[in-house]
Design a protein. Sequence first.
Lengths: 290, 276, 341
Amino acid sequence: MATLHTKSAARAMMAPAVIVLLIWMIVPLAMTLYFSTLNYTLYNPISTPFIGFENYSYFLTDPTFLAALANTLILVLGVLAITVIGGILIALLLDQEFYGVNIVRLLVIAPFFVMPTVAALVWKNMMMNPVYGVIGQLLQAVGLAPIDWMTEVPLLSIVIIVAWQWLPFATLILLTALQSLSADQKEAAEMDGAGALSIFWYITLPHMSRAITVVILIQTIFLLSIYAEILVTTQGGPGSQSTNITYLVAQQATSYGDIGAASAGGIVAVVLANIVAIFLVRLIGKNLDA
Amino acid sequence: MARNVTTGRKIGTTILAWFVGLVIFFPILWTFLTSFKTELQAISIPPVFVGFDWTLENYRTIQTQSNYFHFMANSIYLSLGSTALGLIFAIPAAWAMAFSPTKRTKDVLLWMLSTKMLPAVGVLIPIYLLFVRFGLLDSRLGLIVVLFLINLPIIVWMLYTYFKEIPGEILEAARMDGASLGKEITQVLAPMAVPGIASTILLNVILSWNEAFWTLNLTTSNAAPLTAFIASFSSPQGNFYAKLSAASMLAIAPILIVGWFSQKQLVRGLTFGAVK
Amino acid sequence: MGQIHLEKVRKAFGDVVIIPELDLQIEDGEFVVFVGPSGCGKSTLLRLIAGLEDVTGGKIVIDGADATTLPPAKRGLAMVFQSYALYPHMSVRKNIAFPLKMAGMDKAEIDRRVDYAAKTLNLDNYIDRRPGQLSGGQRQRVAIGRAIVREPKAFLFDEPLSNLDAALRVGMRLEISELHQRLKTTMIYVTHDQVEAMTMADKIVVLRAGNIEQVGSPLELYSQPRNTFVAGFIGSPRMNLLGGKEAAGYAAATMGIRPEHIRLSTTEGKWKGTVKVSEHLGSDTFLHVESPVHDEPLTVRADGEFPVHAGDVVYLTPQEDKIHRFDDKGLAIRGNGRVAG
């Protein structure tokens, strides 16, 4: 719906953004792919012989990789479960009438704006420290033994910290979806004799289903690459109990200087993320037509 | 709201909602309180809530000992710089996609989105090596470019969804009235899209401010923003709770306020327009 | 001046042809209305003339100069859009001044022209308001004001009244007609409403599927429709079109007779029928009569006090000199169609 003038102008206007993103995507990825086939360490960066898939077999058969893969899955699924279920419940609560709605909204979404390093350190020291942490003191006050979160349950600790950061996101989006549900529909269901639980199950939940899908997919993208939270709390330990793929790959490069293995790991991470991305892109693409 | 909710029920909901809100907010509230305590009070058992001698000592120490403002300045440079760069590239692109769509526009938008999903760790090594090669490591410029690139898809998307809501007839009217392409964008489109552009800026500043993969891996001190500054407290220094709290408050306060103002637009930006 | 000639103009979006080759002459000072059902290509044609779309083939000549590839602003035309397309962030004054500012006119001249336009269109009281604070009719006037200050060669109107309520529409229709009387500038007006076309136009262009079905004055189209489409489209209520035996009696494939050209009687006439619905409008009464001569009810106009009700038997007689005859391709057969019988 335009003239040749505007069409060619449009192409020229789009070009810079497209070109920089294209370079940003292709050049490093191609380099990573190339490095992943070399025996390339920072200790001997002069000689980098081609070794085919050896880095992949090394990375994929490393027991730490399997542990990291499992940890990644637990981290993603654990946080998703907490944030989606918690998000639905809190969204339902905030959708009610009560005094101070706006202030409570602000309180609930606040953690989302806290930078990952601050969130992790505050939780590690001031909440979860077995001696001085608030949780420890609370447990002691009721006569329970305090837990040394970071060494006894490192992965759970990280799940809790990350879930705290992402709960506001899920809540905010689910609340937005909830508020777009027309009162007519609920009233019609009420006229048809549906109780509160049936209304939730047959009307509200289906209405929120797309928002829930969006929350799951977008969070998954971000949760797959959790890094700072691990770096400043457990550093992947004890052992590799709280190492995820992202942390493992970064560690290969920064701690062990193994560029080849880290590159192979990076490619593995890209493949994993792509599986999720395909679903997300399809979902959002469908929405574009609507 | 056609019907009145009974007062009893409203009070019950109020209590429950405030309880949930305060539990979620508690770590931030506790950090805020602790930042005004002395180190001793910060670790007192049982913990003191408000009945302590409020002091600004920690804030003073943070600045003198660790040069807080240097990191703060870097955070501001990085978030504003990457956002400005993003707008320069994204406004024309979003204009083209919203008002001269072709069959491929949708594919281009989705492709841009997919670059956002590329895990950073997949390209960390080459970017790191390229930065070393071109002397960009620990430089503001290098980080601005990286943050600009990782957020560009979000900026394009947000602007696109806002521009789409502006009727094309108005731009056609401007064209009939003799406005050149530049004037069409600066004098008609941009003023009409001010709210959308403002929320795009806010979200992008928040995302850049809190970005903690590239900022941690590509800086050491010179260009290090607040994310890296706080990360340095993970060492034994972290045992000084009051100082950690003061530093944390300084790092999150600006963005918390920005975030509170932009919460409504946030949903749209973070879901790429899939939830409005 | 404001002469617009379209020569073999064609428009296609990919494989979809919106407008097959089309020729049209618009003379200086004419009020031309493009009318047709939705999707007939009338808006596209207007946008081609405006320069908001490229032609796929052919030439657009404005005042003797080839304007086919000129950008919109260089064609010297002004357009009033269906949604008015006012700039929401500018006051009425700035909206009207915008095209002059773009043309680089000096401030004093801009002010003079804007004030003049505001006065002619009764906008003085709203001049500092934003479009959002105006009613539909006022916005419409601002849009017209923005068009007239440029003193264009021709005005283009794209269904400008379709967003107004019925009462306002009649008022604005008159205002636009008066404006044309006063300015004597060429106007091209697109509408799907044949009443607007009939009341305003010097020349009506009836379009269907991108083809010009007929060009002519309102009365020409009314009295001599070139084919069954124009016959059915122009005139309200629609012309009755009958096929079969009745048409054969007039040596035609289809015969047409307008509701106002049928004599009505309760006692005798050519066709016998039963009143199905009667619509009393006060001045007129429209009857929908079921008759064996046609499978759809025939529409007949009677005067306001004609005493009939649903279920009554009536007799209809078409006025012989007002009968339209069409051949098997739907084209009008000219000449006296009187055939014995």
